[in-house]
Design a protein around this ligand. Structure first.
Ligand SMILES: [Mn+2]
Length: 305
């Protein structure tokens, strides 16, 4: 698979245009100490300005420092050193901010919504992307929080994401509220609300439907169906802490449950630091196997039960 400049985005330049190392980071979920430790390691290894963070979403919730995480990532984003896609916890935060849902007992992003500049955070989040496509050493890929439809080619992923972003962001807050007010359980298959749910929440798929549940006899993991379609692009994603680190051809699942320490394995924050592939490795370039280009930061506490 060769590069296709059609999918180039400002945040993810083609090789040669930007010498900074791309670094993909799994679900942070308010684990500010681990994020700080990761950034410290990256600065030591790559230099203060030597990398661009790509965060797979779920920056906030369950952990102790949602506001601190947002603040740190925002500064990097503002300096052009971070690329962000939204996760289901960011959408949940927006729905609470729009009074479409109540703050749950386990929700810990009250610090964001109670801050004096909460409107800034709502506005920044609602204007973030659902998917970010680009190239890694010539290999087309997309970063998304949970999943892409198994049948979509990269153009469709980008198109669906752009449609959602038009309705979720821009304009006034009312358009955001109207989209989020739709019940995803009753949204028509393929509607903007349905596709938004799929991209930020899905784990299993069956025919043209999806579910956030892990496959239980009904349906299969979304990436199993996606792999069968033999697409030429890679997917970097998060959202599936119970699955843990997922390294397969074309796929890098990075949610290693930093905030869910104790769910069957020690939690940690994981970063993928893809390396330039050797010349003959194909078809997935840096998404091929084997791959040990990961950095892990152990969770410093048991944040959730
Ligand atoms: Mn998630």
């Amino acid at each position: 698979m060769t590069g296709n400049s059609q999918h180039q985005t400002p945040g993810l330049p083609e090789r040669g245009a930007d010498r900074r190392q791309p670094v993909f980071v799994g679900d942070v979920q308010g684990c500010h100490a681990e994020l700080d430790a990761l950034l410290c390691e990256l600065e030591n290894r790559l230099g203060r300005d030597g990398f661009v963070l790509h965060l797979v979403g779920d920056l906030v919730n369950r952990g102790p420092g949602s506001l601190r995480v947002l603040d740190r990532i925002y500064r990097l984003w503002d300096e052009g050193q971070a690329v962000v896609v939204l996760g289901n916890h960011e959408l949940h935060l927006l729905m609470v901010a729009f009074e479409l849902r109540k703050l749950g007992e386990r929700d810990t992003f009250g610090d964001v919504l109670e801050s004096s500049d909460w409107k800034h955070w709502v506005d920044w989040l609602r204007n973030r992307s659902i998917a970010k496509a680009g190239h890694l050493y010539g290999q087309p890929f997309v970063m998304v929080h949970a999943s892409v439809h198994p049948d979509w080619d990269l153009d469709q992923v980008v198109g669906e994401s752009a449609q959602i972003e038009r309705e979720l962001g821009g304009g006034d807050w009312e358009s955001t509220r109207l989209l989020l007010a739709q019940d995803p359980a009753h949204a028509k298959a393929g509607s903007t609300r349905d596709v938004l749910g799929r991209m930020v929440s899905a784990r299993s798929v069956k025919a043209d439907t999806w579910s956030s549940s892990i496959p239980n006899g009904e349906g299969v993991p979304w990436h199993e169906a996606w792999s069968k379609a033999k697409h030429g692009y890679g997917v970097v994603y998060g959202h599936w802490a119970l699955q843990g680190l997922h390294v397969a051809k074309g796929l890098r699942g990075l949610d290693t449950g930093c905030v869910h320490h104790g769910r069957g394995r020690p939690g940690c924050l994981t970063a993928w630091i893809p390396t330039r592939p050797e010349r003959d490795r194909s078809p997935f370039g840096c998404f091929d196997l084997p791959d040990d280009a990961f950095m892990t930061i152990p969770a410093q506490d048991r944040y959730t039960r």
